[in-house]
Design a protein around this ligand. Sequence first.
Ligand code: NAP
Length: 325
Amino acid sequence: MKKSVVLYKKLSAPLMARLHEHADVTLIDALDEAGLAKLRDALPGAHGLLGASLRLDAELLDLAPKLEAVASVSVGVDNYDIDYLTRRRILLSNTPDVLTETTADTGFALILATARRVVELADMVRAGQWHKNIGPAHFGSDVHGKTLGIIGMGRIGEALAQRGHFGFGMPVIYHSHSPKPEVDARFGAQYRSLDDLLQQADFVCLTLPLTAETEKLIGAREFALMGPETIFINISRGKVVDEAALVDALQQRTIRAAGLDVFEREPLEHGSPLLRLNNVVATPHIGSATHETREAMARCAVDNLLAALGGERPLNLVNPGAYVG
Ligand code: NAP
């Protein structure tokens, strides 16, 4: 008998066909009120779940007594209670690697957009306000040769370091739990304490996961360590930053600018003070959002889910403690 899978993310036709071959599929079209009600109705029969951008907590998952596997279409797993899933021996998988390069591209897009004031000045042209050659009031700052500071030297951090080192001749400094000699060797990178990095980097880029340890890692004290020319880039998770402290630093111009793909609350409210600042470039959580990468992530999640439901260990298992081989 086929197992039951609940999707709360639409998949391409080929991936849907593949899932249908192996499972009975219920699709939740949207995570609005009606969609969430449909999800609750489907959970009691579900063996597998696949989707992203939904907090799956114990209250919801207690409705799914048959659940064997959750396949997240993301690398970040901050939406899941991993201890709870492990206790219930529910296999959680994610989609690392396939989104690394694209997310690093997004990071570099924000680096260039903030330093060269691309969005602000493009808006000026579009608004018909380009009347004469621009002068120093509209100049940006260089990216090449500046110091790239990376907090969280994992897959995406390394891909950012690669771009900075080879593409832009940037000295790379980084902070992680521990130094990484292979990264130092490849990119001429140097390990720093968090405080030293904040004081020395021209670009401070966040590429670490949201965990209990990293929540609000960057707040008023940390922004005060940065200099007035520092540009702050966040492509990790919004909650790693104390957003009120960030707004303050930007308003007071104690840092120069911020490029933000992620926010404390998403979607970012139109009334957010961040959107009143012309030294902010805000994008709607587009880190991995290209056609190619989103399809690769979905394919990876389907592979993980089908492996788990077939009794195999999924390639990208997040909670090995839940697997009884
Ligand atoms: P990864 O390979 O696991 O790298 C994360 C790095 O963060 C690790 O190297 C780890 O250092 C470091 N780290 C963790 N906690 C830390 C702490 N308290 N202090 C210092 N460093 C710490 O993950 P990844 O694939 O690069 O992805 C990173 C994150 O990016 C994801 O978790 C996700 O939240 C975010 N992301 C966002 C988007 C987007 O759309 N904007 C897209 C993809 C991913 P050690 O190795 O020393 O332990």
